[in-house]
Design a protein around this ligand. Structure first.
Ligand code: GLN
Length: 494
């Protein structure tokens, strides 16, 4: 029999429905890969029994002639930012260690309802703050990819959804959930040669997802290809009255709407993204992507997003501001860790719990956020950043009068080595430069693998679309996928 772990979402769903193999066989195969890959540290907790239970339910439904659901028989990895009832949910922090939710996040519940099963909870940057997975309390994820220089330097899987990207690219899961506040689906997808889409803000409910920056946080799928992303996003999306920012719109049939015909479509190339000293391989892959879209019938137009250079500083004010407020709830009273020194009062307990429970990057964000929201500085920083955010939205609005989708690199570089940027927060933040503008504007954005750089590491191309036009984004992604023929996968060393 073929190795079932080489199959993606569509192939598993269709194979189980056709009776080519059982859902239990699929779950067993992925459970075995997960168990053999402890060296990657992609999972914080594994739940092989949950994967098997869901698979048994799918096989029983098939035997009874009942419909199997969009994700019927597909085991997935769940980023450990989604609350899962009865399974520890930590956001990769010490402060939530041991927290076992009494409730299930809306998105994860929708996936289980669609027939998916859970392989485990995936590692991430602590509270999703980071771009390399090095801020996790549970140790960093190691990318399955290595440079082709014969060395075995450990590479970053990207972040914050680095457990998700590593697991999918190493064939530990056919797909995984991610969340994206300022690139955390797209950048790790690009670093590991997989696809991932952040839908329009509001498509996926935030209910039950540990909050980082609520006006930016969006869940989305990470999978092997565009079709698999479309299928999984259909299962994840939908109106939820429990999230006040949830979009009350029907979920389109994205999979059925897939088309690689770009005739009559205009693709915008933002001039401001062509930066001095740009990585030569990244620039070449962008040019190649432009040529592919042209070849598929698209008209290429140069566009301007004039406020691009202010996006990163604005993001690194707004996101920490919201984080400082969201993370105030971790006080030692309600969740996880409590540090109560002898004879201490309430204030001491708060301080001791937070000092012990949050990692350095999370503390840095809380401090920045508290500072920019403080009475004397609010207008100079936070209000200013909100104005910049509005200008960035206007940039996109103007651009979309001239084009249907925008093409750019996902990240300014391929994956970097673990430890290469971890002691320089600014260098790390700069890696998000192409990802945060679409987050600030709440737009759908996707990364698809476009090739390898000269070091043998994957490069991703990013497509950004109009609000609610996930279909346009997926379709342009499909064009790149079909022309890139990206089939490289990491050689197994773990
Ligand atoms: N790397 C960005 C940050 O550290 C984005 C993280 C995310 O999207 N969750 O904030």
């Amino acid at each position: 029999m073929t190795d079932l772990t080489n199959l993606g979402v569509a192939a598993i769903r269709d194979g189980v429905a056709a009776g080519d193999f059982t859902a239990v066989e699929v779950a067993e195969a992925f459970n075995a890969n997960v168990a053999a890959a402890a060296a990657l540290n992609a999972f914080i907790v594994t739940t092989p029994e949950r994967a098997i239970e869901a698979a048994q339910a799918t096989d029983a439904r098939r035997a009874a002639g009942q419909p199997l659901g969009k994700m019927g028989g597909v085991p997935i990895g769940m980023k450990d930012l989604f609350a899962t009832k009865g399974v520890q949910t930590t956001a990769a922090s010490h402060i939530l260690e041991g927290f076992v939710p009494e409730y299930e996040s809306t998105v994860s519940q929708k996936l289980w309802d669609a027939g998916a099963g859970m392989l485990g909870k995936l590692n991430l940057d602590q509270f999703a703050m980071g771009s390399s997975n090095e801020t996790s309390y549970f140790g960093n994820v190691i990318s399955p990819w290595r440079r082709n220089d014969g060395g075995n330097a450990a590479m970053a899987p990207g972040g914050s959804s680095g457990g998700s990207s590593a697991a999918v690219s190493a064939r530990l899961a056919p797909a995984a959930t991610g969340t994206d506040t300022g690139g955390s689906i797209r950048q790790p997808a690009a670093f590991t040669g997989i696809s991932g889409i952040k839908p329009t803000y509001g498509r996926c409910s935030r209910w039950g997802i540990v909050a980082f920056a609520s006006s930016l946080d969006q869940a989305g799928p990470m999978a092997r290809d565009v079709r698999d992303c479309a299928i999984m996003l259909e299962a994840m999306a939908g109106f939820d009255p429990k999230d006040a920012t949830s979009l009350d719109l029907p979920v389109p049939a994205w999979e059925a709407g897939l088309s690689a015909d770009m005739k009559g479509k205009k693709v915008g190339i933002p001039r401001e993204y062509r930066m001095d000293g740009m990585d030569a391989d990244v620039a070449a892959s962008w040019d190649q992507g432009i040529a592919w879209l042209k070849d598929a019938g698209a008209e290429i137009v140069e566009i301007s997003l004039p406020h691009t250079k202010y996006a990163l500083p604005a993001y690194y004010i707004i996101a920490p501001a919201e984080a400082s407020s969201n993370l105030a709830r971790y006080d030692g009273v309600r969740y996880g860790l409590r540090d109560l020194p002898d004879g201490a009062g309430l204030q001491d307990m708060y301080a001791a719990t937070r000092a012990a429970g949050f990692g350095p990057e999370v503390k840095r964000r809380i401090l920045i956020g508290t500072y920019v929201l403080s009475a004397g500085f609010y207008d100079a920083y936070y209000t200013q950043a909100q104005k910049v955010r509005t200008l960035i939205s206007h940039d996109y609005k103007n651009a979309f009068t001239e084009c249907d989708v925008i093409l750019a690199p996902t990240a300014p570089t391929a994956a970097f080595g673990l430890g290469e940027k971890s002691d320089d927060p600014l260098a790390m933040y700069l890696n998000d430069v192409f990802a945060v503008p679409a987050s600030l504007a709440g737009l759908p954005a996707m990364s698809v693998p476009a090739g390898l750089n000269r070091e043998g590491l994957p490069l991703g191309l990013q497509i950004v679309g109009r609000p609610f036009d996930e279909q346009g984004v997926l379709n342009a992604g499909l064009v790149i996928e079909q022309r890139a023929h990206f089939s490289a996968k990491p050689e197994r060393w773990w």
